[in-house]
Design a protein around this ligand. Structure first.
Ligand SMILES: C[S@@+](CC[C@H](N)C(=O)[O-])C[C@H]1O[C@@H](n2cnc3c(N)ncnc32)[C@H](O)[C@@H]1O
Length: 277
């Protein structure tokens, strides 16, 4: 974590916040100073109430002495909700865009795609399935899915899903990515599974970012972070993309505050951007 700054925070002088932030980073590696104040305070209130602790400082001291509670708190700061082809219009647009991206690449190298905060893998698998169905067929490619949540990644690697994970997914999209694996169970198609690799990594650790990427899908993750941290993360991401590489954000995320020379909109409504240069 050497390249990660200690993000200053407006609450750094509040004793409970210092105790909590130090305990969480010591036990789990997560720097909660990077996360939105509203999310932190909401989780503290909820956990303090559930445990019957007197106040925020009492709860922070509990976390300092209880690694399981520290882990639970760190995991609660973001939700692991995801879905196959979440926001289908984004994947439809990418299906048309990826072959163009491939045509512009230098030399014969394959394409590298990164799903950041990939949760249980649905986004990474949806990207791989989109590539496999793109026409004209793109060159060889790999998709890397990363998350800091080990439990979610274990599910992602397993590549098995329940009926509720695919509810509402149109049949044609479902068939692109999954096959039946028994009653109410679905398994990622082998040709899709074979394109995707998963790795534990913290978005707040740029030293862990892969290099020379053609596409970064960072959707519904930045939303948990404070704005200065979002900008810091996006600057680092820009440096890992090849010129002309694609950045996809979640539908409620923006590049607000980022240097405008880094990205140009490809489809601003869908939050798809192209690295300038
Ligand atoms: C709402 S899910 C988004 C899943 C997927 N990108 C999508 O849009 O469907 C947010 C994910 O971000 C992950 N996350 C939150 N903070 C992170 C961090 N600092 N580093 C890596 N992953 C993080 C969470 O573990 C969670 O799996």
């Amino acid at each position: 974590m050497s390249a990660t700054p200690r993000f200053p925070h407006p609450w750094d002088d509040l004793p409970w916040f210092g105790i909590l932030a130090d305990a969480v980073v010591r036990t789990t590696g997560l720097d909660l100073r990077a996360y939105k104040e509203s999310a932190v305070v909401r989780r503290v209130r909820a956990r303090a109430k559930a445990l019957g602790t007197a106040d925020a400082e009492d709860y922070a001291r509990r976390v300092a002495g209880d690694p399981a509670e520290a882990s639970r708190f760190a995991r609660s700061l973001s939700v692991a909700v995801s879905g196959f082809f979440r926001d289908p219009a984004v994947f439809e647009a990418l299906g048309g865009l990826l072959p163009k991206l491939a045509a512009r690449r230098e030399g014969p190298r394959g394409l590298s795609l990164w799903s950041v905060g990939c949760s249980k893998g649905q986004e990474a698998y949806s990207l791989a399935a989109t590539m496999l169905h793109a026409r004209p067929a793109p060159p060889p490619f790999r998709v890397l899915g990363t998350d800091r949540d080990e439990q979610a990644l274990a599910r992602a690697r397993e590549g098995e899903y329940e009926h509720r994970d695919v509810e509402g997914l149109p049949a044609d999209l479902l068939a692109r990515v999954l096959v039946r694996a028994g009653a109410g169970r679905w398994r990622v198609r082998p040709e899709v599974r074979g394109r995707v690799e998963f790795r534990t990594a913290d978005l707040l650790d740029p030293a862990s970012y892969p290099g020379r990427l053609d596409l970064i899908s960072c959707r519904n993750v930045l939303i948990y972070l404070r704005r200065p941290v979002q900008i810091w993360v996006l600057e680092h991401m820009a440096s890992t993309l090849v010129p002309g590489g694609i950045l996809v954000l979640g539908t409620s995320e923006t590049l607000l505050g980022l240097r405008p020379e880094l990205f140009a909109p490809w489809d601003a409504r869908l939050r798809i951007y192209r690295k300038r240069g």
